[in-house]
Design a protein around this ligand. Structure first.
Ligand code: URA
Length: 423
């Protein structure tokens, strides 16, 4: 235990930990030899003091080494993973995994469930009747070879140190630290075994990173960690001031993703999907315009096979909510602000998200926007439609939407969706 005290004191006083100290403290914590209160103190010292590049690299390697790194060498095509830092209405993975796979790059995506106001990719897919997230390693690799795209839950052996650390960070107010977030995300991506990774860091009201400077720093840190681990990494910074697309909620988002895969869907969602897919194809060494594969049905065909391979029925009706309530536009004008955090919180309260890990989600709940940011609306037209299973939930969701939008006489220029590329 004296080793732990020395490590904590070194970091508290702004000193630098050696590779051996970093490796030891993480390994000993996972073995139960460093107590949670000691790791909590170390995490808080890291929040304040940060980690040097060498410490961060050692920390991330130790997290990867706490489990097994997937071997995807038998896939037979370039393998590119994708990660989003999480946003409201962010169903980009549902579109780009089959889209990129249709064009020759395999996408192995190990995902998590959502917590709070941003939905989880697995929760969305689980709204498809029969679809299951838990695959054995053999099933995962088999589907990657045969279909080219898999989105599944991460097994217990994927960077297990991160699972333990994240649970501790969650209850000790030590989540918001760029080195801790970067190592948490990248340890899982590196252990996932892809040749390259495309990161989509969301910036704005509904995102983890509220401002461009902190998002850029997170992006640069993650790109550096990818490089240290031999994984080509590119990061797009994309806007999350307003929800992405018009559907927020699990089944509602699946339906909208299928619209995009069928060549339609909202323009903002299509734009981000195409930007992300373009980067993934370039990272895989097959640069090309992904647009035609949406228009001609190739991406949709891979989606169907991907859903079917995991027990889902791609043609089945998705769950729908028994109660639907419309919030009408109070006046005519241009929709110039629609707060992503407020809409995400409303969807969460309607039942689409969970407050604690053990909670279940309502697959049918959520919010549908009647207009996208920048569009003209007329007084009395549906602006927000709430879907839920009870009157109480509708009232909670409605309350979260108070003050969430502005309608103005004058149109305002739309800010770009893709803000920057790092790496
Ligand atoms: N997502 C992660 O996986 N880890 C973090 O620390 C924050 C967001």
């Amino acid at each position: 235990m004296s080793g732990a005290i020395e490590v904590i004191a070194t970091k508290r006083d702004g000193g630098e930990l050696s590779d051996d100290q970093v490796r030891w403290v993480l390994e000993a914590y996972v073995r139960g030899e460093v107590a949670p209160e000691q790791m909590s103190a170390l995490l808080m010292a890291i929040v304040w003091r940060g980690l040097s590049p060498a410490e961060l690299s050692a920390w991330t390697s130790a997290m990867v080494a706490s489990g097994t790194r997937m071997d995807l060498s038998g896939t037979g095509r370039p393998v590119v993973d994708k990660h989003s830092s999480g946003g409201v209405g962010d169903k980009v993975s549902l579109v780009v995994a089959p889209l990129v796979a249709a064009l020759g790059v395999a996408v192995p995506k190990l995902s998590g469930r959502g917590l709070g106001h941003t939905g989880g990719t697995l929760d969305k897919l689980e709204s498809i009747p029969g679809w299951r997230a838990d695959l054995s390693t053999a099933q995962f690799l088999g589907q990657l070879r045969s279909v080219g795209a898999v989105i599944a839950s991460a097994g217990a052996d994927l960077a297990p140190a991160d699972k333990q650390l994240y649970a501790l960070r969650d209850v000790t107010a030590t989540v918001p630290s760029i080195p801790l977030i970067a190592s948490s995300i990248m340890s899982k991506k590196i252990a996932g075994g892809a040749d390259a990774v495309l990161l989509d860091v969301k910036v704005g009201a509904g995102a983890f990173m509220p401002d461009l400077d902190s998002a850029r720093l997170l992006a640069q840190t993650m790109v550096g960690l990818g490089r240290d681990a031999g994984v080509r990494t590119v990061c797009l910074l994309t806007s999350m001031e307003a929800p992405l697309g018009r559907a927020i909620g699990n089944a509602l988002e699946v339906a909208e993703a299928v619209e995009v895969l069928s060549g339609g869907g909202p323009a903002d969602l299509r734009e981000v999907c195409l930007a992300v897919a373009t980067e993934m194809l370039a990272l895989g060494g097959l640069p090309q315009d992904p647009g035609p594969a949406l228009a001609d049905g190739r991406a949709l065909e891979v989606w169907r096979r991907m859903v079917d391979a995991q027990g889902g029925d791609p043609g089945a009706a998705l769950p729908s909510a028994p109660l639907v309530e419309v919030v009408e536009a109070p006046r005519s004008g241009h929709l110039v602000r629609l707060d992503a955090l407020a809409v995400g919180t409303a969807a969460w309260r309607l039942g689409a998200g969970r407050a604690r890990k053990e909670d279940s989600v309502d697959p049918a709940a959520g919010v549908v926007l009647g207009a996208s940011l920048g569009e003209r609306v007329e007084a009395g037209q549906p602006l927000l439609t709430l879907h839920a299973s009870s009157r109480e939930r509708i009232a909670d969701g409605r309350a979260a939407l108070d003050g969430s939008y502005d309608i103005s006489d004058e149109p305002q220029p739309l800010a770009p969706l893709v803000l920057e590329k790092v790496g």
